[in-house]
Design a protein around this ligand. Structure first.
Ligand SMILES: *Cc1c(COP(=O)(O)O)cnc(C)c1O
Length: 427
């Protein structure tokens, strides 16, 4: 291979001149872990290569969409084929119908869906719909849960905001913030008290939290939210942007046997292209324009390339695929747990299927406060040591590592070996 024309250092200098922080999304800037973020030029399977020609085992996987790994041949072929027929029409396509039917079949609560271009739009639109349906303003969310960057949902919004140590977000008006109530994840009592005090339009929740690191719901918590919503006349909104089609075809709600009123999708359903969707019961979704009064639109919504990539990705996700993802998750969890024990480092691994976080704390992480007891300096040192050993981890303690079907035992053994030697050298 020819020597790369542009080094990461030169790119970073140029990037920082023309883009805030040199990035298109804040956590990519490596502020929390230090060191220089690599500029990626290619990806294949479970590996990415940077502009200096270094290859890494990738555990970011674009923060979730790449459940089939980079450049999966079936996904690439679907995109290529569609691109040859045009990239966008601003008109209905058969692909959208097919993807909507695929989602509705896998997730029965989503009788109808509307496609948008990001998870942010999906959550923002679900909130608008919930407010319209209930005639109420207030929504309740959980500290450490992220639902995209719409004003109403940015209070205590987990990883990105917490990693940068921002108390809230400048530019969000008091009016917008006032209608958002934030309580502790896994604290059903706090939800019941809030719902008794304020008429809620919706409770919005990541059923398995992934944006304060990997945090499972305690038994009864989500069932309790369902009951509170039913009692209070509020809508239960599951944000399954990460978990949809990742933890199971039916998402977290399928595994748990729960039925939210509205569900947000993103990430996996776009197969690595920009996408989002929200869906729910027919009578609720019928409030969305043009059937109803809730306006919501998008030039590139239901984009044919994204629909094609999503369909090709979802076609790969059969029972065997989820079994394989679970096996990979188990292998990585065990390897890391052994390494931690051998090195005597106070840390713990929390995992749900192919989502996993190594928290540098011994406390069981049930909510954001627990997650924030992690030793983030130590995580930063660990991240740098792993990067030097050619393993790319999300550059924040408060994120999930993502596995894909393209990871194999050999790659995970490399990760565990790198982790063992990193744990030995970090302070
Ligand atoms: C990533 C994410 C979003 C936002 O999706 P974007 O496509 O980045 O706008 C919303 N909710 C959850 C749970 C997410 O993880």
């Amino acid at each position: 291979m020819a020597a790369p024309a542009v080094t990461g250092t030169a790119l970073l200098r140029r990037a920082e001149r023309v883009m805030p922080g040199g990035v298109s999304s804040p956590v990519r800037a490596y502020r929390a872990v230090g060191g220089q973020p690599p500029f990626i030029v290619s990806g294949e399977g479970c590996r990415v290569r940077d502009s200096d020609g270094r290859a890494y085992v990738d555990l970011v996987c674009s923060w979730g969409p790449l459940i089939a790994g980079h450049a999966h041949p079936a996904v690439v072929a679907a995109i290529r084929e569609q691109a040859g027929r045009g990239t966008t029409y601003g008109a209905a396509t058969p692909l959208e119908v097919e993807l909507a039917e695929t989602i509705a079949a896998a997730v029965p609560s989503a009788e109808m869906v509307r496609f948008v271009s990001s998870g942010t739009e999906a959550a923002m639109s679900a909130v608008r719909l919930a407010r319209a349906a209930t005639g109420r303003a207030a929504i309740l969310k959980f500290a450490g849960c992220y639902h995209g960057h719409a004003d109403a949902l940015l209070a205590k919004a987990g990883s990105g905001v917490a990693t940068l140590g921002l108390p809230g977000t400048a530019g969000v008006t008091e009016g917008a913030a006032r209608d958002t109530i934030t309580v502790t994840y896994n604290d059903l009592g706090a939800v019941e008290r809030a719902a008794a005090e304020t008429p809620l339009a919706a409770i919005v929740v990541e059923p398995y939290a992934g944006n304060m690191g990997c945090v499972p719901p305690e038994p009864g918590f989500l069932e309790g939210l369902r009951a509170v919503c039913d009692r209070a006349g509020a809508l239960l909104v599951f944000d399954e942007v990460i978990t949809g089609f990742r933890v199971a075809r039916g998402g977290a709600q399928g595994l748990l046997g729960l039925r939210p009123d509205l569900t947000c999708f993103g990430k996996v359903i776009g197969g690595g292209l920009p996408v989002g969707a929200y869906g729910g019961r027919r009578e609720l979704m019928s409030l969305v324009a043009p059937l109803g009064p809730v306006y919501q639109a998008g030039t590139l919504s239901g984009n044919p390339l994204a629909m094609a990539a999503g369909l090709a990705t979802l076609a790969l996700l059969d029972e065997a695929a989820y079994r394989r993802l679970e096996e990979l998750g188990q292998r990585l969890e065990r390897g890391l747990a052994d390494a931690l024990r051998e090195c005597g480092v106070p840390a713990r691994v929390q995992r749900i299927g192919s989502l996993l976080t190594l928290f540098f704390t011994e406390r069981a992480v049930r909510n954001e406060d627990d997650a924030l007891t992690s030793d983030r300096e130590r995580f930063a040192a660990f991240h740098r040591a792993m990067l030097a050993r050619r393993v790319m981890l999300p550059p924040s303690q408060l994120e999930c590592w993502f596995l894909s079907l393209a990871h194999d035992d050999a790659a995970l053994d490399e990760v565990v070996d790198a982790a063992r030697s990193s744990l030995e050298v970090i302070p």
